[in-house]
Design a protein around this ligand. Structure first.
Ligand code: C5P
Length: 234
């Protein structure tokens, strides 16, 4: 089995991120670089994390007109990221353009295309906030609707909450990769994640990848925390 643990490098500065990456690379499937780190440290951070030998998941959640998203995805592909995110709410044409740009740019560079992951409904949204923006108020239905559209557009993966894995697994082709944050082992302090699964439960429910932030980087010993999580999956 490939290592399914993606460690979120949710720290604001390059030095702290690189220290974590160096320490964790041997026990990590990939590192997630989000908009805070990318914006403060700059695109070079991708190459510096890649230099540890680990894969990079660039989580910038692109959402714009198809032409702009395609060019952003092409740029991310040239940075040599292995996974990246776009918002499915950008529509069918935008998602098609993103997947096409990933494939075409990777072909030109002679490397494998990054996995373009669709983000459906942010877990910070509920039925009230969905209604406010004019979307279908039922969160589950909205997630399923956007997931179907993503698959129709040719995306090969989605980001989903732990509580959506089972329903999405039932309705989506089995080759679709599901990437899940909201993972807690039960040993860490309570924080803002309300709906969580353990790493084992998430994989058993059908997730392919687990995005884990604070339970690893905020642990007293991040390397030991990551090793314990891996042991729980063996
Ligand atoms: O620290 P924690 O394990 O909660 O980190 C989870 C990571 O996954 C963070 O980078 C967070 O932004 C991201 N994420 C999330 N929930 C989502 C989508 C992304 O927690 N629905």
């Amino acid at each position: 089995m490939q290592n399914p643990v993606i460690v979120a490098l949710d720290v604001p500065r390059a030095e702290a991120a690189l220290e974590l990456a160096a320490q964790l690379a041997p026990v990590t499937g990939a590192f997630k670089i989000g908009s805070e780190l990318f914006t403060s440290a700059g695109p070079d951070i991708v190459a510096r994390v890649r230099a540890t030998g680990a894969a990079v998941f660039l989580d910038l959640k692109f959402h714009d007109i198809p032409n702009t998203v395609a060019k952003s995805v092409a740029a991310a592909t040239r940075l040599d990221v292995q996974m990246l995110t776009i918002h499915t709410g950008g529509g069918l044409a935008m998602m098609q353009a993103a997947e096409e740009a990933a494939q075409q740019t990777a072909r030109q560079m002679g490397r494998e295309a990054p996995l373009v992951l669709g983000v459906t409904v942010l877990t910070s949204m509920d039925s009230n906030t969905l209604s406010e923006v004019g979307a279908q108020a039922n969160v589950g239905h909205q997630v399923e609707r956007l997931a179907e559209l993503a698959v129709r557009a040719g995306l090969r993966g989605l980001v989903c909450s732990p509580l959506e894995i089972t329903a999405l697994r039932q309705m989506l082709p089995s080759k679709i990769q599901l990437v899940t944050p909201g993972i807690r082992t039960g040993k860490e302090k309570a924080d803002d994640q309300k709906r969580t699964l353990t790493p084992r439960e998430a994989l058993d429910a059908g997730a392919n990848w687990l995005v884990i932030g604070r339970p690893i980087y905020a642990a007293e010993n991040p390397r030991v925390a990551a090793e314990e999580i891996l042991k729980s999956l063996a």
